[in-house]
Write a protein that binds this ligand. Structure first.
Ligand code: HEM
Length: 412
């Protein structure tokens, strides 16, 4: 049996190859799916899915790339059926062993992910789309355009995580990482300009609902799986986060590529870059900077990186607030199971960390005092200040409810 261990299915060459593949001969059925979705024609969707499910013998003959393409196309039908109400798998029970095998062969969850829906999805006439609206195409493109940059960015974060913060190359590499993260800002700007909150809230959101496969509840292929949070984990979140964000990360990581899951495990066990920088500055930042002038460039570069992430998160929060406005939304929380209030708190935490990092280079002993004082108070994310603290947040109750729901699903 072919194993994908050691194969990077997310590389640009493999992704391009996967986009070309149609192992289930699903091109036409995937196109017809758009109309069936418009008509909410569940019997037609179920019948199409049934006709596509390969045998396990077929799957045994697939390459890993074909396994990915097969998962992509089955996933489009699973999400479509769920959009109209019913759990899809009980209609086509023979799909379960196939999903499990495709997941095993590709070392991924046994359902489609945001990678299948965007990077591994063909463009042009063969593009798999739930509804075919141009706004859906913009959302797919917004994710497709950031993945190659986040791939590079995560490898750079890996180097930074191992590098001394006073290494003269530290600032240069951090600026390179910032250049990659800037694509997130272009991406969200494109979405804000071209996708209406109404279209997302009332149209597309429902296709990303969770489904149950072999007793396991699995989230849909939504943009929340884009691993900006993994860059956070290396840079600051491994030891300066808050419980709600940590839980969101733990729930999101299974949907990412094997390499990124490894990075998460590693970064969770080591001090974050920001914490190492704070430690390097010690209690007397001015004196430290005189002794180790390279720290200033490192700290300024980190502050620039964090400010770019804040810009993305601020604009993203704006559209998320509109799409999840109580008068518009059909669902109280995002398809990743998190609330808009958690997004606000993550934004506040990132902003506070950017300020803290920037102030190091300004030689602000006050920042050091504020930081150590807050830490002494026992708050898990003390550097966020009051505005970002989960303990003070009015939305904490909503997140506790969402968290309880997630825990329940995990144990299902
Ligand atoms: C109509 C557009 C969008 C809306 C309404 C929206 C909404 C949300 C919501 C509610 C969450 C919370 C997690 C969850 O889903 O449960 C979330 C998370 C997230 N979304 Fe979006 N989103 C949109 C577009 C995008 C785009 C285009 C990207 C990136 C290309 C993106 C990247 C993220 C990321 C990375 C997270 C995790 C939290 C973070 O790192 O800040 N989103 N989104």
């Amino acid at each position: 049996m072919t194993s994908t261990l050691g194969i990077d299915l997310g590389s640009s060459i493999r992704s391009a190859a996967i986009r070309e593949l149609d192992p289930l001969a699903a091109d036409k059925l995937c196109f017809d799916m758009r109309r069936q979705n418009e008509d909410a024609d569940v019997p037609a969707l179920v019948s199409a899915l049934r006709s596509l499910v390969p045998t396990l013998d077929d799957v045994a003959g697939y390459s890993p790339e074909e396994c990915v393409a097969a998962m992509r196309d089955l996933g489009m039908f699973l999400g479509s059926i769920k959009k109209h109400g019913p759990e899809p798998v009980p209609f086509v029970p023979e799909v379960t062993p196939v999903l499990l095998e495709l997941g095993r062969r590709t070392d991924m969850v046994p359902r489609d992910t945001v990678h299948h829906y965007t990077t591994w999805n063909p463009t042009g006439g063969r593009q798999r789309m739930y509804c075919g609206d141009i706004q859906e195409a913009y959302l797919q493109e917004s994710v497709r355009m950031v993945f190659p940059h986040l791939r590079e960015g995560l490898e750079l974060a890996g180097i930074l995580s191992d590098m001394d913060v006073d290494d003269p190359k530290f600032g240069v590499l951090t600026d390179e990482l910032t250049g990659h993260v800037e694509t997130m800002v272009s991406s969200i700007d494109m979405v804000v300009a071209n996708v209406s909150p109404v279209f997302f809230a009332r149209g597309l959101r429902a296709y990303f609902e969770e489904i149950t496969v072999d007793g396991r509840v699995l989230l849909g292929p939504a943009a929340a799986q884009v691993p900006l949070w993994l860059i956070d984990q290396a840079v600051w979140a491994s030891d300066r986060s808050e419980p709600g964000y940590q839980e969101f990360l733990r729930d999101s990581v299974p949907y990412s590529l094997p390499r990124w899951r490894e990075l998460y495990e590693h970064w969770t066990a080591v001090p974050s870059v920001v914490s190492r920088l704070v430690a390097a500055y010690g209690d007397d930042p001015e004196e430290t900077e005189r002794r180790v002038p390279a720290l200033r460039a490192s700290s300024e570069a980190l502050a620039r990186l964090l400010r770019v992430i804040v810009v993305f998160r601020g604009r993203h929060l704006g559209i998320a607030r509109k799409a999840y406005d109580a008068d518009l939304r059909l669902y109280p929380v995002g398809s990743g199971g998190a609330s808009v209030d958690l997004l606000r708190r993550i934004t506040d935490l990132t902003r506070a960390t950017a300020r803290l990092t920037g102030r190091r280079s300004a030689g602000a002993a006050a920042a050091s005092t504020e930081d150590s004082g807050a830490r002494a108070s026992g708050c898990a994310h003390a550097s966020a200040g009051a505005s970002g603290c989960a303990h003070a947040s009015a939305g904490a109750a909503a997140d506790a409810a969402a968290g309880a729901e997630r825990a329940e699903r995990r144990s299902a």
